[in-house]
Structures are given as C-alpha cells and as structure tokens.
Design a binder for this molecule. Structure first.
Ligand SMILES: Cc1cc2nc3c(=O)[nH]c(=O)nc-3n(C[C@H](O)[C@H](O)[C@H](O)COP(=O)(O)OP(=O)(O)OC[C@H]3O[C@@H](n4cnc5c(N)ncnc54)[C@H](O)[C@@H]3O)c2cc1C
Length: 372
C-alpha cells in the first residue's frame, strides 16, 4: 500500500508541474484504510494531497504523501425543492458539477471547471462568479487525525470565509473523506457577476418579458458560458503549469481604499461591507507592469497578472521568488500585503506529529521563515 521507493516523484501530481519528491506515497482509496492512515500520521510527517492544483511544492518533502482518491457518490434526502448528494473526496470536482447538472440539479454551475478534487473544495471554500461552495455545503465527513476518529462537521462548524475554512485554519488536522451538498431542483440563475450578466442581457433582448427571459435559461447553459470564459481567460495547467490565482484579493479598510482611489482613480475594488473593500489583486499586479515578467523559468501570465506560470522548467523556488518580488512591490506602492492563496509546501511546512505533547505542530508558513 505504501510506496517504499526511496523517493516518490510528485511532478505529475502538482498542477504547476514543478519537480518535487517525497519519502513515500499512500493511495487512500478505500475507507477500510482509515486505521492505517491514522497510524501513519501518528508516526511520520505527512502531506494530504488531492489534485495538487492549489499547492506550490519546494523540492524534496521529507514526508509521506496521502493521496486521496476515494471515489463514488450517492443522492439522498430528496424533497420537492432540493436533493442532497454525498460525494467521496477523491472525485474530480468539475466532473461532479457536470454530473449533477446532467442529472437535472442546479447550484454548482458557476463553479464549473475549477480543477481539483471534491475533498479539497471545502479547504479553501472554492468560489467563482459570485458563488462559494459554502452556499451549497451541508456537511463534511473527515478523519480528525488529532483525535484519531471519523467526525462530521456541519456547515457552521466549517467556519467558512473568503478562501478560508476551519480546515485551512487547522491544516493537516482533518482528512476530508466525503462532502454532502444540497442542490436545487428548481434553477435560480446567479448572473450578478460579469460576464455572466451578459446571459441575462442576451436573453432579455430576445424576449421582451425579462422574467420569462431568464426562465428559459438552463443551468447547463450557464455552465457552458462559465467553461467558455474560463478556457479563454485562464491557462490550462496541462499546457502551462499554474495553480490559478496565486494571491487572494486583499481586503482593506475604506480609509485606505479612499487614499488609494485618489492616487489611482482606476483601482478595481468591491465593497465587502460598510467598512471594508476587496481590491482586485490582479489589477494591483498589472499596474506594476508584472504581466509577462519572468524569473528563472517562472513567469507572470501575459493575460492574467494574478496567475503565475511554470513557463520553462521552473523550480518551485523560482516561482516562490517571483511571488515575493510581486509581494514586495505591491506592498511598497500600495501599502497592501498580498496573501498567498496557493499553499506553500516546503521541507519545513509539512505537518508533523509531535509525540511529546500529543499535539499537532504546523510549522510556520510565513514567507519570512524561508531562506531565499
Ligand atoms: C487553472 C486553475 C483555476 C483555478 N480556479 C479556481 C477558482 O476559480 N476558484 C477557487 O476557489 N480555486 C481555484 N483554483 C484552485 C484549486 O483548483 C482549488 O483550490 C481546488 O479546490 C484544489 O483542489 P485539489 O484537489 O487540487 O487540492 P490540492 O492542491 O491537492 O490541495 C489543496 C489543499 O487542500 C488540502 N487537501 C486536499 N485534499 C484534502 C482532503 N481530502 N482532506 C483535507 N485536506 C485536503 C491539501 O493538503 C492542501 O492544503 C484554480 C486552480 C487552477 C490550476
């Protein structure tokens, strides 16, 4: 079950396609392996891996990789309005979105084509085009590796926030085994975000009654639009290694925003509440002329400033260095510290089990703790 080769190649298991290795790898594909998984995590450092599309791996990781490939799903608890689906963690997220839409259930259409597994989706509360996973998530089943038992967390316990969750705040503690989502039987389009609002406009212009216009729209049509836009906008990791948005969109207070607005009138931002604004990180990076900038094989994508790419056999270290250049310049010019959305996994950053106090130690992920 555990690969006993001295080192396991992870190059094909991360969407940046950077060369990385680990001490060993366990394919976790059956629930009767739970005891083995718990034992392993009590004895050795480990990394929980799904599709590897939100990770930046740095060289050799002295740990066991637990590759979650649990498959299968089932519908249950159907009412007139809703149906629940429980999906095992190793299923591909996008395939499951299409499965539910083809089965006639809506809700996930705006989240089409996000790479990765279902089990990783709650970790950063995946979101796109005005919709976040938390709006449809009922519960998460996981192994609590700290307590060594299976647990169920309801939506509230997951503590979801923008690209954040209880799982991210306690990284390495929970291994998610399945996710239960509540889907709609009646389609309610979510078209507030550009360019999806074009769908409402197109439908309205060809039908004078706007109510019935959007009602002719199907969830599959929205998914098709999302897929087309994403394919046009974002580089395909199979063709050009990347992990999507490298940084989160920073949230700043209104006074700070107004100061920036007077200096940079074109700044792109959206209100979070009365006090705070969410600034488009891509706009900040683009303003500083980073599009197309390269560093030892790493590059800022020429179309999407928020996406760093492995252009020419870059190492994880090169991508990290480029990201630090961006962070430093953005902080200097705009007074904003960009936070990584992508999880950095280095020798020091794998989760280690600390035998002495029966507790988990998450070694610092702060960039300052890394020697560049
Ligand atoms: C081209 C591209 C576009 C993207 N667009 C978006 C987008 O629009 N919105 C968005 O939110 N994200 C986006 N992402 C980021 C990424 O797809 C998501 O974060 C996705 O959920 C990661 O899934 P994964 O299986 O690849 O996770 P991995 O990269 O393998 O892991 C990510 C984190 O989750 C943990 N993890 C993985 N599986 C489990 C599990 N079963 N239990 C517990 N922890 C686990 C890992 O330890 C790690 O900390 C994009 C990425 C790419 C490459």
């Amino acid at each position: 079950m555990t690969n006993t080769a001295p080192s396991v190649d992870l190059t094909q298991l991360n969407s940046f396609g950077v060369v990385a290795t680990a001490d060993g790898l366990l394919e976790f594909n059956r629930m009767d392996q739970v005891t083995d998984v718990i034992k392993l995590t009590q004895q050795q450092p480990y990394l929980i891996l799904g599709g590897g599309s939100n990770l930046l791996l740095l060289g050799h990781l002295p740990c066991q990789v637990i590759h979650v490939t649990l498959s299968g799903w089932r519908y249950h608890d159907e009412t007139n309005e809703h149906i629940n689906i429980t999906i095992n963690a190793g299923e591909n997220w996008h395939n499951m979105v299409m499965q539910t839409l083809n089965d006639g259930y809506s809700g996930l259409e705006n989240l089409s084509l996000i790479p990765g597994t279902v089990g990783a989706a709650p970790v950063q509360n995946i979101g796109a085009y005005g919709v976040e996973l938390k709006e449809y998530l009922q519960s998460v089943e996981a192994i609590d590796l700290k307590q060594g038992k299976l647990v169920s967390l309801d939506n509230r316990s997951c503590n979801f926030d923008y690209r954040n969750s209880y799982f991210k705040q306690n990284i390495g503690r929970f291994l998610i085994t399945s996710v239960t989502l509540k889907l709609n039987k009646r389609f309610k389009p979510r078209l507030e975000y550009r360019p999806l609002n074009e769908l409402a406009e197109t439908a309205t212009s060809s039908n004078s009654d706007s109510q019935s216009a959007t009602s002719t729209l199907t969830a599959l049509q929205v998914a098709d639009k999302v897929i087309a836009v994403r394919q046009q906008k974002l580089p395909d990791p199979d063709a050009l290694g990347n992990a999507g948005s490298f940084f989160k969109n920073p949230i700043i207070d209104k006074a700070h925003f107004l100061r920036l607005k007077s200096q940079f009138p074109a700044i792109v931002a959206y209100p979070v509440d009365d006090q705070q604004m969410k600034v488009a990180a891509g706009w900040l990076i683009d303003q500083l002329g980073f599009k197309g900038v390269t560093h030892n094989g790493a590059a800022v994508h020429t179309e999407q400033a928020l996406v760093l790419v492995n252009q020419n056999n870059a190492s994880g270290q090169a991508i990290l260095e480029l990201s630090k250049q961006i962070q430093q310049k953005v902080e200097k010019v705009f007074g904003i510290r960009l936070e990584r959305e992508v999880r950095l996994v280095s020798e020091q950053c794998v989760t280690e089990y600390n035998f002495s106090n029966d507790n988990f130690a998450n070694i610092s992920h702060s960039p300052d703790s890394l020697n560049l």
